[in-house]
Design a protein around this ligand. Structure first.
Ligand code: 5GP
Ligand code: MN
Length: 334
């Protein structure tokens, strides 16, 4: 971050303020971990902080300290709008374009208070007064750790804040294996463990918390998988009927996309998930190495993200969407 920006933010935070912290719609471990870490930090510094998520977070994140205080815009729109309109400062974390907040974007666009963006996605929009935006980082949580350090407040990072940061780094780095995981990441992790973070318990809470039906749903997704060996690509899909028949709850499809890359020789994979309520097919893309799924998602599926992990959507039927994808894949020179 620029030194002038850090100084300006220090000044903004020097007196108690009403502050709102916002993650992206469909908040994941990094979005929840980073917003809650910042929330605990701001509360500790006498601010009146509120996390407002555009929609609900999955159950496997409900143990994160402070998640019980997170307000959900979609469920409590009137109250959340009031809190947003009364805010003196807004942080947007783990996203960089208002449309990633869904319906909330219309409310955000009307606000005139300073925005601070902390994010690691490509091509940020220019709504923020102060931006800490860097695609080199594997997680927003790592950036929140740095942000607190820039403010000369590292000693404020206690076990609670450390737990939130640890959880976001762990989930967004694919358990420390995705590109973006650096020596610095591991040095930060080491410090968090020294602060008392329960590093053997957190992965159990995050990853070993499945229901039997979730595992059966995974089985179905694996059976649905198609492989295009000559194009080094695989994909799978889950229809709304399939989700329903396995008692789908939010979060159940998290991580399934990664199995497509575990096949030898496959460097590009996708999962297509039907959402009848929203009348869309939600898509996750993953790649290994140089194939840029962010660009692919932007070019063909109205999405974006990072070069090795991106998402998008399709308003076509599942069948039509898969035909479109297969057609694109057969033209790919990977
Ligand atoms: P996931 O597949 O885990 O939902 O998302 C992978 C990455 O792509 C995340 O960084 C997420 O923020 C981003 N992403 C997912 N869906 C979309 C989308 O529809 N638009 C954009 N711009 N980014 C997305
Ligand atoms: Mn992230």
């Amino acid at each position: 971050m620029k030194i002038q920006d850090i100084q300006a933010i220090q000044l903004l935070l020097s007196a108690p303020k009403k502050i709102v912290i916002i993650p992206h719609r469909g908040p994941d471990g990094d979005a929840m971990g980073s917003t809650l870490a910042l929330y605990h930090f701001l509360i500790k510094n006498n601010h009146q902080a509120t996390v407002i998520a555009p929609n609900d977070f999955p159950d496997f994140l409900a143990w994160l300290p402070g998640s019980e205080n997170v307000k959900i815009f979609e469920k409590d729109t009137e109250n959340c709008t009031q809190i947003l309109e009364a805010a003196e400062l807004i942080f947007t974390l783990d996203f960089n374009a208002f449309h990633r907040t869904g319906e909330m974007e219309h409310t955000l666009a009307k606000l005139t208070v300073p925005f601070i963006m902390i994010d690691h996605h490509q091509k940020p929009d220019d709504y923020a007064t102060y931006m800490y935006s860097d695609t080199e980082f594997g997680s927003t949580c790592e950036m929140v750790y740095n942000f607190i350090s820039f403010l000369n407040k590292k000693e404020d990072i206690d076990k609670t804040i450390a737990t939130c940061i640890y959880s976001g780094i762990l989930t967004d780095s694919g358990s420390f294996r995705f590109p973006g995981t650096t020596g610095n990441t591991h040095r930060i992790i080491a410090e968090l463990i020294d602060l008392g973070v329960e590093n053997t318990q957190i992965p159990v809470l995050l990853f070993d918390n499945s229901s039997y039906s979730r595992l059966q749903l995974l089985g179905r997704a694996l059976q649905n998988m198609k492989v295009f060996e000559e194009h080094k690509t695989s994909y799978t899909s889950l229809t709304q009927d399939e989700l329903d028949s396995f008692d789908y709850v939010k979060g159940d499809t998290e991580g399934i996309v990664n199995y497509g890359l575990s096949i030898k020789g496959i460097i590009f994979t996708a999962i297509f998930i039907e959402n009848k309520d929203e009348k869309i097919i939600k898509i996750s893309f993953r790649s290994q190495g140089g194939f840029d799924v962010n660009q692919f998602a932007r070019d063909h599926f109205n999405g974006g993200g990072h070069s090795n992990a991106a998402g998008g959507k399709s308003e076509l039927s599942m069948e039509e969407t898969l035909v479109k994808f297969e057609d694109l894949v057969t033209k790919l020179a990977i």
